[in-house]
Design a protein around this ligand. Structure first.
Ligand code: ATP
Ligand code: MG
Length: 572
């Protein structure tokens, strides 16, 4: 490819729309351009990188007997009604109507479509296991599209779906995909850590996310310093510590005091001069429309995913002021567990608090010295708090540490959630009609590319791992006006091409500084510079992008050196 012809408009300035490094560099290096919030056009260099990642994914999916298919992006509402997700998916789903007024959506994921595809054709256990995958655009009307390819509203995903005869063989599909994912990210030059995760709107119970640790990550990952345990903070389990004998003594008498205008934990602890950890936060929720109370320690945050899962409800939302008034007889901010007549669920830490401060269920009042059993009862104790760095490990006696992570992929065991809802069955060995046991496995292709950049850049630009670089080599003559340089560059370019090496010749009539800057910004792993002086001595210079190391070599050594380097792979 000739640089003069390449449609790769580079930018010296960072566009104001970009906050994180991968987004900035992808715009500056001319890999892509925005068309609307969360939607991007890939330019030639960007698309080459995307295609390389897709090819790695394809090879690894094929290696575990995945078969590639391509399903429609536009999906009929009826299928989503069968699974119950037409309603559940909410505002994230892009919905549309055809000219007859029939409802459709732009696929945010394909469990429904693939289940419908398979249920009419798979009849017998002999056809199983079946692993189908596709690489395709997905559409999600994200609340906050941002960070370029990290959180788009249109993005490329590889999604695989497995169909098995039972949970044992699902296990094999699941771990095959898990290991394939490890290989895929490794081949892309990424260190991605599998962590236990929540299954969200997809459903199912066993799931791992693959996390790339990076400051810009939107997830908090907790991992144990002593054992293998690692989990998304959304999901990380809290530990129930038994109450020791004598731990809680000296119960003081109840007392209700005026706390005018102080309704948050911070305000109350400042007003009364108590520690937040000695307060109990009482949150009133509507779980499928019914009010319930949830208690967490004043210095803890409630994890709604845990509460929702525990209650097994479909909808969970904080109650409105009117409901709170009905339930507590007080304005929002003064709820407490004493005398409440709705179900009350408490986090494990509540068991340990003596003489707590709670809302008095009376406007502008709080109650002091509140004690479990003596003053209030709970319907159940469970794990409700948001687990944090510094908390104990749920598997060993270690302590959890935290790091920000980018989720580049996720694998799920779905079980029979979709096959039950959509009657996708097969005949087992005994001739009995049995639901298919499913798994699903997603990788964000664009997000993977963005994560690679987050981990591979310097002040001059991107540093591509060889495996996904848009081109491997750029040949830069210092001056195209010098015929000797131009013709040496042209022959090297042709020789590299003949060797099947992906090469760009920077044939532009630009100052060398401009060409070098562009080469560094785009991040070609290898640059060959051809200058007048060295050429006279029969030499050219190789510059390795990652280390910035320079090597002057005799012209005839250039191609073999590059070939060796490419053969050995660059994982430096
Ligand atoms: P997130 O929690 O980040 O919203 P998710 O868990 O909803 O993602 P999945 O349904 O597991 O996403 O999708 C599989 C993969 O697709 C994710 O691991 C991620 O790499 C990618 N992905 C999901 N949403 C987006 C998005 N809005 N933009 C880019 N990639 C995405
Ligand atoms: Mg996910």
């Amino acid at each position: 490819m000739l640089m003069s012809q390449l449609y790769s408009p580079t930018l010296r300035e960072t566009p104001s729309e970009a906050e994180i490094i991968s987004h900035k560099l992808m715009l500056r290096a001319g890999l892509m351009r925005r068309s609307a919030a969360g939607m991007y056009a890939f330019l030639p260099l960007g698309l080459r990188v995307i295609r390389k990642v897709e090819q790695i994914i394809r090879e690894e999916m094929n290696a575990i007997d995945g078969q590639e298919v391509l399903m429609p992006i536009i999906q009929p509402a009826e299928l989503w009604e069968e699974s119950g997700r037409w309603k559940d998916y909410g505002d994230e789903m892009f919905r549309l109507k055809d000219r007859q007024g029939r409802q459709f959506c732009l696929g945010p994921t394909h469990e429904e479509i693939v289940t419908a595809l398979v249920r009419s054709e798979v009849r017998s256990y002999r056809q199983l296991p079946l692993r189908l995958y596709q690489i395709q655009n997905k559409y999600r009307d994200e609340r906050r599209p941002r960070f370029g390819l990290m959180r788009g509203r249109e993005f490329i995903m590889k999604d695989m779906y497995s169909f098995d005869r039972d949970h044992e063989t699902l296990d094999q599909s699941y771990w095959a995909a898990y290991h394939a994912y490890k290989r895929i990210f490794e081949r892309c030059g990424l260190e991605a850590h599998p962590v236990e995760a929540d299954s969200g709107a997809i459903g199912g119970d066993v799931t791992h996310e693959f996390m790339v640790l990076a400051e810009s990550g939107e997830d908090l990952v907790l991992f144990c310093e002593a054992c293998e345990y690692a989990a998304n903070a959304e999901r990380a389990e809290g530990v129930r510590v038994p109450v020791q004998e004598g731990e809680k003594t000296a119960f003081e008498p109840l007392e209700t005091v005026a706390t005018p205008g102080a309704s948050t934990i911070d305000q109350i602890s400042a007003f009364l001069g108590v520690e937040p950890k000695d307060c109990i936060k009482t949150l009133i929720y509507l779980a499928d429309g019914k009010p319930i109370a949830a208690l967490v320690r004043g210095d803890h945050e409630l994890n709604e995913i845990k509460l929702k899962k525990f209650l097994q409800c479909v909808e969970l939302e904080l109650a409105d002021d009117e409901t709170i008034f009905k339930v507590t007889k007080a304005r929002t901010g003064f709820a407490g567990p004493v005398g409440l007549s709705i179900p009350c669920y408490a986090d494990y830490a509540i068991e340990h608090i003596a003489n707590a401060v709670v809302g008095a269920n009376k406007d502008d009042h709080h109650t002091l010295n509140v004690n479990l059993d003596r003053d209030f009862q709970v319907t159940a104790f469970t794990d409700l708090k948001e687990t944090q760095p510094g908390d104990p490990c749920p598997r060993c006696s270690g302590t959890l540490q935290g790091a920000r992570g980018v989720e580049v992929g996720q694998v799920f065991k779905l079980g029979t959630k979709y096959s039950d809802a959509m009657s996708a069955t097969f005949l087992n060995e005994d001739g009995k009609e049995t639901p298919l046991v499913m798994g699903c496995y997603g990788i964000g292709v664009g997000r993977t590319v963005a994560a690679v950049i987050e981990k591979n850049y310097d002040e001059d630009g991107i540093i591509w791992p060889l495996s996904i670089a848009p081109y491997q080599v750029v040949v830069v003559p210092v001056s195209m006006k010098d015929e000797a340089q131009a013709s040496a560059a042209q022959s090297l370019y042709e020789e590299l091409q003949a060797e099947g090496i992906e090469v760009v010749l920077d044939d532009r009539d630009e100052r060398p500084g401009v060409k070098f800057k562009d080469a560094d910004l785009i991040g070609f792993p290898i640059r060959v510079t051809i200058g007048a002086k060295s050429l006279e001595q029969g030499q050219m210079e190789i510059i390795w992008r990652r280390t910035k190391e320079k090597q002057s070599l005799p012209i005839e050594a250039i191609v073999p050196t590059i070939k060796n380097f490419l053969r050995d792979g660059d994982q430096i």
